[in-house]
Design a protein around this ligand. Structure first.
Ligand code: NCD
Length: 291
């Protein structure tokens, strides 16, 4: 595996290999690259979880993390992303983690750079490491994917998390349903279900933040209206299936897509997802660095 850019080009065998490696890291097994390895994290969009999770994963594997602030880089002087990466490569960087607002920014780079690229989110496109940590969390809970009902709710068309998970979960045998405002639907209409029905049938209820930064117009709904119509309210949680779980990639807007009190409830795996993100990113780094 040279780069990790999208769940669309990650074969099932590689997905399972990464999940197994993540499990091995969680059990306390270690691994370090055979030679000194340098990583840099280029985040052109805000991030709390993904960026720190990558950094902790890199440090746990013994990689040297080169500090890089995109807001103070030569990109502000007109240097292209490709030239920035080639510069980092020349200086000795082996792995470059990138988050960028432009969808598929990586297409222009993937065959032109020697460093290994990991996509940490491209606009409304893909977010493969979030998907892998979500898959890890689901497998940890249910032992597998086949036959599980998973409903992804909210701002689907602008969400790279929805796109990556939809692709991967369907390939692994889960039944993926969608719910939320119609104007944000994507893909086939046949899998769209009413949110109240979703509560009754879903093993996993996955909520998404409204991606205001990717909208051209402001929402027609207030936060309170959105919560009542499409959010996981306290009332709706009571109707969820026995043994079902709540997931959310974060950042959470409490009382919009999910009632604030449910973020830490028994069904919530939101903080577990963050813990699992470190093991999963360690596994991705290992997979990409191992010959
Ligand atoms: C997500 C992202 O950046 O796509 N967050 C994350 O990486 N955990 C979701 C979001 O921003 O809503």
């Amino acid at each position: 595996m040279k780069h990790l850019l999208s769940m669309c080009d990650l074969p099932k065998d590689d997905i399972y290999a990464i999940l197994d490696m993540a499990e091995s890291f969680q059990k306390g097994n270690g691994w370090s690259p055979p030679k000194a390895t340098f990583a840099v994290n280029l985040f052109f969009e805000p991030s709390t979880r993904t960026r720190t999770s990558f950094e902790v994963a890199e440090r746990k594997l013994g990689l040297d993390v080169v500090p890089f602030e995109t807001a103070h880089s030569s990109i502000l002087k007109g240097e292209t992303l490709e030239d920035t990466i080639k510069t980092l490569e020349a200086i000795g960087v082996d792995v470059v983690v990138i988050r960028h607002k432009e969808e598929r920014y990586y297409e222009a780079l993937k065959d032109r750079v020697n460093a290994k690229l990991i996509n940490a989110g491209d606009g409304c496109g893909q977010h493969p490491t979030q998907s892998l940590l979500d898959l890890y969390t689901i497998r940890q809970e249910f032992g597998g994917f086949s036959g599980l009902n998973i409903t992804i709710i909210g701002d689907l068309s602008h969400s790279r998390v929805a796109k990556s998970n939809s692709e991967a979960l369907s390939a692994l045998g889960a039944n993926v349903f969608y719910s939320g405002p119609r104007e944000w639907f994507f893909g086939d209409a046949e899998n769209y279900i009413d949110i109240d029905h979703a509560m009754e049938i879903s093993d996993v209820v996955m909520l998404l933040r409204i991606q205001h930064e990717r909208h051209e117009n402001t929402s027609r709904l207030t936060a309170e209206e959105y919560h009542e119509l499409y959010g996981l309210t306290l009332k709706r949680e009571k109707r969820m299936k026995k043994g079902s779980i709540i997931m959310h990639p974060g950042p959470v807007n409490r009382d919009v897509e999910i009632a604030g009190r449910l973020v830490e409830c028994n069904r919530s795996r939101i903080f577990r997802q963050m813990q699992n993100g470190v093991y999963t990113r360690m596994a991705v780094l290992r997979k990409i660095l191992e010959k």
